[in-house]
Write a protein that binds this ligand. Sequence first.
Ligand SMILES: [Zn+2]
Ligand SMILES: [Zn+2]
Length: 191
Amino acid sequence: MAVKIHPSVDNGVKAGSSSFAGGTLKCKCTSDPVTVKIGANVAFNHVCGCTQCWKPSQDTKFSLIAVVSKDKVSVTAHPEKLKVVNASATIQRHACSVCGTHMYGRIEKDHAFKGLDFVHPELFDVAGWEEPKFAAFVSSIIESGTTKPEEMDGVRARLKELKLEPYDALSPPLMDLIATFTAKAKGVLAA
Ligand SMILES: [Zn+2]
Ligand SMILES: [Zn+2]
């Protein structure tokens, strides 16, 4: 049996539709769910092994996470149920306080990704969102307790098979964006 990565990709990565223009994210509550309207397709969709992203179950190794411009994100039902998971984290993850689902993550401080909200495309009520294209923070799945060190070769092999190139940080284009932001802030690169 293939190593399980995330329910959205375990049966193969489904290609997105170029005409996808958004939809509604819904939390897991069976009554009075929080809904968040997303008015655009997502970008930089990937699976993430970090310990902070929301995952659909405790033994799921990776989360599925992407970004969208924050002006395309609006809470359309039950905003009163939302709570920030960790106020000191760079990404303020707004989660449903009843079911625990993270609905969107926002960066308020000065950061390379400020203006982009982090969302979990699996919560969309419609199909067609951009497919995941890489795997971030792969080694962190050891820290989350879902994976033993000796299982990592198998995990990375499965990710490659799914064409989700494994990285132990973010993908090179995203790491370059962060480094560019830092270089400009330090004045070593012209703004
Ligand atoms: Zn909920
Ligand atoms: Zn993550």
